[in-house]
Design a protein around this ligand. Structure first.
Ligand SMILES: Cc1cc2nc3c(=O)[nH]c(=O)nc-3n(C[C@H](O)[C@H](O)[C@H](O)COP(=O)(O)O)c2cc1C
Length: 153
């Protein structure tokens, strides 16, 4: 079994709705060889990353940055994981009010330092969580899980 870790944070629920769609996609019945673990960035740690063969990160944009919770995750795991997680495949989804660029840049700066590999284009959902946004998130989850199962990453 391959291991896929989803770390996401939501303050008012919209990133959580996107995360549920990502999970639904990753749990597609066609994908049988991937075990999923969902963790809050407030509690996820280096052991979760050691377990993971790939990681999906989800955050709202707050004040032109990733959420404080996701930043706290990176603060805690950066040095413990710096050597061991190089090359880790990751994907990112962001829920923003109207932009998302600051959150995207802030995550990319840190994962570049960690040398994680961006294996899917980041998904930035600005505005309403509508069916199109949920479908894009399901697609993201499915693509990560299917790619992991197939040994693409
Ligand atoms: C404190 C705070 C700061 C925010 N800053 C931004 C921002 O800089 N850019 C933006 O596009 N949206 C911003 N927003 C809007 C949120 O990104 C948006 O409401 C998002 O859907 C919240 O996600 P959540 O429901 O998962 O908490 C901010 C919201 C809050 C509460």
């Amino acid at each position: 079994m391959k291991h896929l870790l989803l770390v996401h944070h939501s303050q008012t629920g919209s990133t959580a709705a996107l995360a549920q769609a990502v999970l639904d996609g990753a749990r597609s019945p066609d994908i049988e060889g991937v075990e999923l673990r969902v963790a809050s960035p407030l509690s996820a740690d280096a052991a979760d990353l050691a377990w993971a063969d790939a990681v999906i990160l989800g955050t709202p944009e707050n004040f032109g940055y990733m959420s404080g919770a996701l930043k706290y995750f990176f603060d805690r795991i950066y040095y413990p994981c710096l050597e061991q997680t190089q090359g880790l495949p990751y994907a990112l989804f962001i829920k923003a009010g109207n932009d998302g660029a600051g959150a995207l840049a802030s995550v990319r700066r840190i994962v570049t330092g960690l040398r994680w590999r961006e294996v899917q284009a980041p998904l930035v959902i600005a505005g309403e969580v509508d069916e199109q946004a949920l479908a894009a998130c399901r697609e993201l989850g499915m693509a990560l899980a299917a790619g992991l199962e197939a040994g693409l990453f």
